[in-house]
Ligand binder design. Structure first.
Ligand SMILES: Cc1cc2nc3c(=O)[nH]c(=O)nc-3n(C[C@H](O)[C@H](O)[C@H](O)COP(=O)(O)OP(=O)(O)OC[C@H]3O[C@@H](n4cnc5c(N)ncnc54)[C@H](O)[C@@H]3O)c2cc1C
Length: 306
């Protein structure tokens, strides 16, 4: 029997891959998440634009990088997911500027820059997401921050219109970004400093070693769940509230780094979400600090079956 498909249909001329009812658990770092109603992996930027135009104006999109900062609820995503990591692997150098497609993985950019002797983006080596995700989150580590190095970006809107925007059109804060319009990133240019390849590689190596010694790198997580409150650390507050190792179902507050929640196997999005709420409630009750989430929660709550 052929399954009836209720989502968007593929139009002529598209070269990417459209899937229906795609498990988001395959596309998130936690390995958790219900089905995406539709899921499009564009062949390249031109193909992405053609796809958006074929779906406009009614379509709702969710822009997915490598799913390293999202919790997709168990009821899935009732919209079309754009799988940007499939779009491009372009990186290009022009003087001290590196131009890179939004779907490229951050560690790949860090390695490229180190080889080229361009300094600034070493911290990307430990961020297991895409450049687009790093722009959207203003990802950062060890003093470095994505938007501190952005020169220009290219964005696409819901009608498929692509435009270039300067950095000063955006308002980037700690793990937040205010954009001038509802658009998504397709490309970025980073302004870097000239150094040596040895210097870049040594910095990358040092940063990765620091990470491995303090974070549960071998387990499924989304990195830091909460933002650090001003002048303090979320991990310190969680640990001092006695929450290290606390579990809900398969979700556990990491015993190595208290601001990480790990999927010890079989965790549902509901397990993680309840654990997040319990951490917030206990830390607030014991320390008076309201922890703000860094992880983005999307999707529908699963309907009860039976
Ligand atoms: C082990 C581990 C360590 C981590 N360490 C750090 C760290 O040190 N510092 C840090 O900042 N983060 C860290 N993170 C979190 C995460 O890697 C970053 O937030 C990363 O930038 C997310 O990128 P992504 O491509 O996975 O985005 P996703 O998780 O796929 O998406 C995150 C958000 O970005 C949006 N988005 C994705 N692509 C685009 C696009 N092209 N245009 C517009 N919006 C887009 C999504 O819609 C979503 O809202 C860590 C995560 C893990 C698992």
């Amino acid at each position: 029997l052929l399954k009836m498909v209720s989502g968007p249909a593929i139009s002529d001329g598209l070269r990417g891959q459209l899937k229906h009812d795609e498990p988001m658990s395959r596309h998130t770092a936690w390995g958790i998440g219900g089905l995406a109603k539709a899921f499009y992996a564009p062949a390249d930027l031109d193909d992405l634009v053609v796809f958006i135009r074929s779906q406009a104006p009614a379509a709702a999109f969710f822009w997915l990088g490598l799913g390293s900062n999202i919790l997709v609820r168990d009821g899935g995503l009732n919209c079309t997911v754009i799988h940007t990591a499939a779009t491009t692997d372009d990186i290009e150098r022009n003087g001290d500027v590196v131009r890179v497609g939004a779907g490229v993985a951050c560690p790949k950019v860090a390695r490229y820059c180190a080889r080229q002797g361009l300094i600034g983006l070493e911290f990307f080596a430990g961020i297991p997401g895409t450049v687009g995700g790093a722009l959207a989150m203003n990802a950062g580590a060890f003093g470095g921050e994505t938007w501190a190095l952005v020169k220009r970006v290219s964005c696409v809107d819901g009608t498929g219109q692509v435009r270039t925007r300067d950095r000063d059109e955006f308002d980037a804060g700690y793990r937040t970004l205010r954009q001038p319009a509802e658009e998504w990133f397709v490309e970025a240019e980073f302004q870097l400093k000239r150094g040596s390849s040895d210097e870049g590689s040594a910095k990358v190596k040092g940063l990765l070693a620091r990470r491995a010694s303090t974070q549960p790198t071998g387990q499924r997580s989304c990195g830091s769940v909460f933002r650090n409150p001003p002048g303090d650390f979320a991990a310190r507050l969680i640990e001092s509230s006695g929450l290290k190792g606390v579990r809900i179902g398969g979700a556990e507050v990491s015993t190595k780094h208290a601001n990480f929640i790990v999927n010890t196997g079989g965790a549902t999005a509901t397990d993680v979400e309840i654990l997040i709420e319990e951490i917030q409630a206990k830390v607030l009750a014991l320390t008076g600090v309201k922890l703000m989430r860094e992880v983005v929660i999307v999707g529908e709550v699963a309907k009860e079956v039976g």
